[in-house]
Design a protein around this ligand. Structure first.
Ligand code: 6LW
Length: 501
């Protein structure tokens, strides 16, 4: 089987990987989304299935007031030591760096162990368990790698933070990982920022604190100014498979158009690593491509994600997320078996509250999202529909609203601080399949009529939902939402199924 990059398409950035026997586990940043930190499992580094989320409870993940794409959970690291899995990460604005642990990566994970870290420890924390029992915290603050030994059980720093390396001179040195091969310590990091200048560098030393010798062929991975479908490669973690070979897990974007933009966020990729003269050579020094030679690792699991959720099982499928901390009672899966009922709150998609919203990631540039709505409980003041959502300030939706004349469909575009309903259409009948068709350049919003034909109501350019326009760190979601100017204790919209192909 070929190694097809990205191995985890869609907004699954800042990958970190650990291996236990033949099993690889990856974790990813989730910013303002809940639950937080999706965790995936693989045997061959090619087929990855989500097995859960690391942060599933409000006691682990406070997101009050978080910017959906610029706050919340940044860059986790996963490590396995003595039968225990550890994830260390940062909740920006709500407490800083913390560790959670478990013996089952599918969860549940512990409550946070907060790190009493000196402020310079900053973001992008990593852990390294050395052979003598020392555990090193490695993070980035003040544009340098900051490091100290830590007691992982209590989160206590065992020494003051030491500034160990500033990288090779690129801006935004970040995402450091310390590891060891034989008697040599390696410190790898990303530089250049997570945009088009992104690159991965590495240094080595005989001690965990340096002095560091920078790799003579740094950066070991970059696509800066290269012609390729993949850009912004970086934020990497090294992993060794049970057969002794090494791999780099990193993220990339797949932008289109001119100037380039991307809507699917930063996506996880894999490449082989060879060690030559004690330095890593990534993918033989060649550019990353969408089809690379297979890893040769036994592929014993099949890809499992279903394209549609019929809401029959009484629980939401594993890929669904909410914006910030959800009001759990606003999502009804048992009131009407086989349907998801959305109770609208007062918060809308453009604010920083907890709107009634359940969404899943856009994983390819060209795809179609559909959801079957029953609007018979929709009253004046309510609005419910399907959105393609990048962040509070950048989203398009097709929604049902109740006017005196009946059920109306509206298409709204929110681009920066401009917000406008750009199309309206009166409908007959209360059940309707809303759809958003995505192409690399356009989102077309409409419904599917009785003859299974798509009918457009309005459209919006993909560019304005690109991260280059919207800012910060996330990719687009397709979501169902409900909002009301009136207090409602019951669902205003029912959804029979939602599909994404
Ligand atoms: C993350 C940093 C980065 O903290 O982007 O690509 C930041 N690298 O390491 C947000 O994901």
């Amino acid at each position: 089987m070929l190694l097809k990059n990205p191995v985890i398409p869609g907004f699954y950035p800042d990958p970190s990987v650990c291996v236990v026997g033949e099993d690889f586990y990856s974790v990813h940043s989730s910013f303002g989304y809940f639950p937080g930190i999706p965790i995936f499992h693989s045997r061959d580094l090619t087929t990855w299935n989500q097995i859960g989320h690391v942060l599933t409870r409000e006691s682990q993940l406070a997101l009050t007031g978080a910017s959906i794409s610029g706050d919340g959970i940044f860059a986790p690291t996963i490590r396995h030591h003595d039968g225990t899995f550890y994830v260390i990460t940062t909740n920006v604005r709500h407490g800083g760096n913390f560790i959670v642990h478990t013996d089952d990566p599918a969860g549940p994970w512990s409550d946070p162990v907060w790190i009493d870290s000196p402020s310079e420890s900053g973001i992008d924390p990593s852990l390294f368990f050395d052979q003598d029992g020392s555990v090193y915290f490695t993070g980035t603050g003040n544009d340098r790698v900051q490091q100290f030994r830590i007691d992982v059980a209590s989160g206590r720093a065992l020494e003051p933070a030491i500034s160990v390396w500033g990288g090779t001179g690129g801006q935004y040195p970040e995402a450091p990982h310390l590891f060891r091969i034989g008697n040599t310590y390696y410190l790898t990091m990303a530089e250049g920022g997570t945009e088009y200048m992104h690159m991965q560098t590495i240094a080595r030393s005989a001690t965990p604190y340096g002095p560091w010798e920078s790799c003579p062929h740094n950066p070991i991975l970059t696509h800066r100014s290269r012609k390729s479908p993949f850009h912004a490669v970086g934020h990497s973690d090294f992993v060794r498979s049970h057969d002794g070979r090494w791999w780099l897990v990193f993220h990339a974007i797949r932008p289109t158009s001119y100037p380039m933009f991307h809507v699917c966020g930063r996506e996880t990729c894999v490449a082989p690593v060879e060690w030559i003269d004690g330095w890593p050579v990534v993918n033989g020094g060649e550019l990353i491509t969408s089809e690379m030679p297979g890893t040769g690792l036994p592929s014993t699991i099949a890809f499992q994600e279903a394209t549609s959720d019929e809401f029959d099982s009484g629980v939401l499928a594993i890929y669904w997320n909410h914006l910030r901390n959800p009001v759990v009672d606003n999502y009804r899966l048992s009131d009407r078996p086989g349907w998801l009922g959305l109770v609208p709150g007062a918060d809308d998609l453009s604010g920083r509250g907890c709107p009634t919203f359940v969404g899943r990631r856009q994983r390819q540039q060209a795809c179609t999202a559909m959801a079957r709505f029953d609007f018979s409980d929709l009253r004046q003041g309510d609005e419910a529909g399907l959105t393609v959502f990048q962040n509070e300030d950048h989203h398009y939706e097709i929604a049902g609203v109740r006017s005196v004349e009946g059920l109306e469909l509206i298409v709204r575009r929110r681009i920066g601080d401009l917000e406008s309903v750009v199309a309206r259409s009166l409908r007959f009948g209360e059940s309707i399949t809303l759809s958003i068709q995505a192409t690399p350049e356009m989102y077309v919003l409409g419904f599917v009529d009785e003859g299974e034909q798509f009918v457009e109501i309005g459209r919006g350019r993909a560019r304005y939902l690109g991260t280059e326009t919207a800012g910060y760190f996330t990719g687009c979601y397709f979501g169902m939402y409900a909002v009301s100017s009136e207090h409602r204790a019951r669902p205003c919209a029912w959804i029979d199924w939602m599909s994404l192909d």
